[in-house]
Design a protein around this ligand. Sequence first.
Ligand SMILES: CSCC[C@H](N)C(=O)N1CCC[C@H]1C(=O)O
Length: 352
Amino acid sequence: MQDSPLARVQAALREAGLGALWVSAPANVQYLTGFESPEDGRVLVTQDSATLYTDARYTLQAAQQSSVPQFIGRPPESLAHAAEQLARLSAPAAFEADALTVAALDILRESWPGELVPTQGLVSGLRLRKTPAEQENIRTAQKLADQVYAEVRPLIQPGTRELDISLEIELRLRRAGAAPAFETIVASGLRGALPHGTASDKVIQEGELVTVDMGAALAGYNSDMTRTVAVGEVSGELRRIYNAVLEAEQAAVRAVRPGLTGRDLDDVARQVLERHGLAGAFSHSLGHGIGLEVHEGPRLAAISDDPIEAGMVITIEPGVYLPELGGVRIEDLVLVTETGYEVLSQAPVERV
Ligand SMILES: CSCC[C@H](N)C(=O)N1CCC[C@H]1C(=O)O
C-alpha cells in the first residue's frame, strides 16, 4: 500500500498543496483502481481517500475489479457525491488538463465548490517506469504476438490479400483471449510507404516487401512489433533500404540504456539513415513508451528531452517511406534495464 500508485499520487497531492485530483484519463483510471472499463470510469483521489465513479452497467464488474470504493451513478448524482467530498477540503482540487474537454470542465465548475486547477502528468508520470508485474504483463502480451506472427508468417505469399493476413492475426489474438492492441498494419508493395497502412484488399505480389505491424492487448497491457518481409526476390533498391533500416534499428536497440534521452536514441537511428542518404524518408519519430496505452511516454523523438530510465518499456521502430518504391519498418519492443536493455519481441528478423 505504502508504494502503491494510489499512495504515490496522494503523496504527490500533499507535496503540490492540492486537496484532490479528478482523474479522467482512462489509462490512469485503470492504473489507480484496476477497473477494466476505464472509459466509463472517473476517480476522485483526495489526500486520504479515493472513489471510483461509474454507472450501473458496471456495478458487479467494478465491485470485482476495483481496489477502491465505488459510487454507482451518473451525473448529476455522481458529481453531487464528489462535491460533498470536495466541500470538506481546504486546498484546491485539480483536474487532468490533457484528458478533459472544455465542455466537461464547464460542468465540473458548475457542479463543484472551490477552485479547480489544471495539472498534467501527475498519474501518467508514475506509469513511465513499469513495475515487475506490469513488465510481466507486457512480456506475456508480446509472447502471444510472437506466437501469432509465427503462425501467420507462412500466409504472406503472392495471391493473399493484406486483409486476410490481418484477419488471421486478429482472429488468433482473440482466440487466445487477447485483442489487437491497434488496427493491424499490413502494407505491401507501394502501400509500404504508408506508415499507418492498415490492411486493404490489395493482393500481395511476387517481388514485394510486406510490412506487418501488430500488437496484442492482454490484461490491459499492450505489445507492439513490426516486421518487414520479402515475398520472393525483391529489387536491389528495396534490399538496400531494408538493410539500411535494419542497421538503424539494431544500432538504436544496442544503444538503449538508462541515462540517455529520447532524442539521443532517435539520433542514433537517424544518423545511420543519414549515412545511407535516407534520413529524409524517415518521417516519424523513433519510438514511444508502451503499457496501458500503445503510445505513452517516454517519447523517442528528435525533440524529446524525456529521460530513458530502467523499468521503461519502449519501442524502437525506424522506417523509410518512398512513395515511388514502397517502405520498410522494423520494430522491436525493448525493456530498459539497469545496465542496458532486453529485447522482448522474439519474432525473427529476416534477411532480405
Ligand atoms: C496506430 S498504432 C501504430 C503502432 C506502430 N507500431 C507505431 O507506433 N508507429 C508506426 C509508425 C510510427 C509509429 C507511430 O508513431 O504511430
